[in-house]
Design a protein around this ligand. Structure first.
Ligand code: BES
Ligand code: ZN
Ligand code: ZN
Length: 494
């Protein structure tokens, strides 16, 4: 897929598909105005099939040689005066997915019909994200005949001549955001026997870039010396050695931000073994770590003015002979003791050590991403991440960045009344709450015990990290959730 920005001229570019963005109320007039030669036939066809030009509704119609494009694509964008970036992202993803599938290799998207005061940079960024993410496939394990068509698609974004520079900037940003997302998707989709902690550490190492991005990998001996007993309790049952990754990007500016990603490269549940159905997708349990790797991978190119420390405590949760037993007690990096009553609540154990380590770096804020609880999926469904934070300002900036990125989040409470539920009778904390209700909240309260006074936000991404149904923008499998949200947030620092 290649994306080009072109200035609108009177002559339409010859192409397989020419895309007209139309409004819900005025789609027929839009067609008559922009495509007089064909409008009558196209409108009558679209009316016949019940097309309503709802936001993100996309329909291809053949032109039978009446214009210099084989198909016209009519795409609903809602209100033309204030088009939302999410609609554009979705429309372009749907369009590109349909055209690549049908071997239509040159696609024009005409943005010149949009109001000139629309933010062309943001819209072009969204279009680029939609184009790249919509053409994403993970088919390396399909035999040649079954692979999706890989012909080189050229997408041309046509904009008013005086908006060319804005559009070009947006496209550049969108491509960076999409590539970071696709890298995270690839890591999640890969076989869990390949994406071991050692593999992830090698990936991290590859991202290093002189003084701009330094990468340090700590092995188990080092992790033990640091006293990360909670993290180590999770890896005990596995033959794969744990790896702790510390990646530091130095972009200048005043702020230091820690990004921590849960990276259980496979979660069997340990001795509190999951059943077959619930284990099926558990390669997804490193999606938080994959998102952090995705973000770090593009920082040297995006160059935000901020220091970012990426922390990933990778390990496998396996029920080997040396595995932690329910009833065992572990001591975390900050000295807190934890009674482990369920070895399947392992993410909070690795994060306990990562968060308390993060505090020693004296950051301005910590954000963690974790496929932490099934309970968060019960609460918010498969598309929305839960946000828990001790700072209202941070919740606000995350919510704003998420909106821009088209990633759904919802704030949930760190309710003090529930804190008692994670206190143990014989240690400081217990790793499962006394009640089975409100599991996403009690897990977040457990994490909060390790962040001290540092502004911190926890994103429970158990739902949106992995797509089971599949859509144009989010094909089945790893979604790379969180990558664009974080990149959006990091670029707001000056
Ligand atoms: N990795 C899982 C959470 C999860 C479940 C993520 C489904 C994505 C989809 C986590 O380690 C886990 O097993 N959590 C338990 C906690 C419980 C034992 C308190 C859960 O949610 O059931
Ligand atoms: Zn688990
Ligand atoms: Zn897990």
């Amino acid at each position: 897929m290649k994306l080009h920005v072109k200035a609108a001229t009177v002559n339409r570019i010859e192409s397989d598909v020419w895309t007209l963005l139309v409004t819900h109320e005025g789609w027929k007039q839009d067609l008559h105005h922009n495509l007089p030669q064909l409008a009558k036939d196209v409108v009558s066809h679209l009316e016949h099939i019940g097309f309503e030009a709802k936001a993100s509704e996309v329909q291809l119609v053949p032109t039978f040689g009446k214009i210099n494009s084989r198909f016209v694509c009519v795409a609903g964008i809602g209100d033309k005066e204030k088009v939302h970036v999410s609609t554009v992202r979705e429309v372009v993803a749907t369009l590109v997915r349909q055209t690549t599938r049908n071997k239509l290799n040159s696609v024009v998207i005409d943005f010149s019909v949009l109001n000139a005061n629309t933010g062309f940079e943001g819209l072009s960024q969204a279009a680029a994200e939609g184009a790249f993410l919509g053409s994403y496939t993970f088919d390396k394990y399909k035999s040649a005949a079954k692979k999706s068509p890989s012909a080189e698609t050229n997408v041309y974004l046509v904009v008013p001549p005086n908006r060319l520079q804005f559009a070009a900037n947006g496209v550049k940003k969108g491509e960076i955001f999409a590539k970071a997302t696709m890298y995270a998707r690839d890591l999640v989709n890969e076989s869990p026997t390949i994406t071991t902690p050692t593999f992830l550490a090698e990936q991290a190492k590859k991202l290093s870039k002189k003084d701009v991005l330094t990468v340090e990998i700590l092995n188990e001996a080092h992790i033990r010396k640091l006293g990360m007993g909670a993290y180590l309790s999770v890896t005990r049952g596995s033959d794969e050695p744990a790896k702790f990754m510390v990646m530091t990007y130095k972009g200048g500016g005043k702020k230091k931000i820690v990004l921590a990603g849960k990276a259980i490269t496979f979660d069997t549940g340990g001795l509190s073994l999951k059943d077959a159905k619930n284990m099926e997708t558990m390669k997804l349990d490193m999606a938080g770590g994959a998102a952090v790797l995705g973000v770090m991978s593009m920082l040297p190119i995006l160059k935000p003015k901020v220091t970012v420390v990426g922390l990933i405590a990778a390990c496998e949760n396996m029920p080997g002979a040396k595995a932690t037993k329910p009833g065992d007690i572990a001591t975390a990096f900050n000295g807190t003791t934890i009674e482990i009553l369920n070895t399947d609540a392992e993410g909070r154990l690795t994060l306990a050590d990562v968060l308390s380590y993060a505090v020693t770096l004296k950051p301005d804020m910590i954000i963690d991403l974790a496929t932490l609880t099934g309970a968060c999926m019960v609460a918010l469904g498969e598309e929305i991440a839960g946000v828990f934070s001790n700072s209202e300002d941070l919740t606000k900036s995350i919510t704003a960045a998420a909106k821009q990125a088209g990633e759904l989040v919802w704030s949930l409470p760190l309710e003090e009344a529930y804190r008692e539920s994670v206190k143990s009778d014989i240690a400081d904390l217990r790793n499962i709450a006394k009640t089975r209700y409100g599991g996403a909240i009690t897990a977040a309260l457990f994490l909060e015990e390790f962040v001290g006074q540092v502004p911190w936000a926890h994103l429970d991404i158990a739902g949106p990290a992995f797509e089971e149904k599949g859509s144009s923008l989010r094909p089945k499998g790893g979604t790379g959730f969180g990558v664009r949200l974080l990149l959006e947030l990091l670029t707001t620092f000056k």
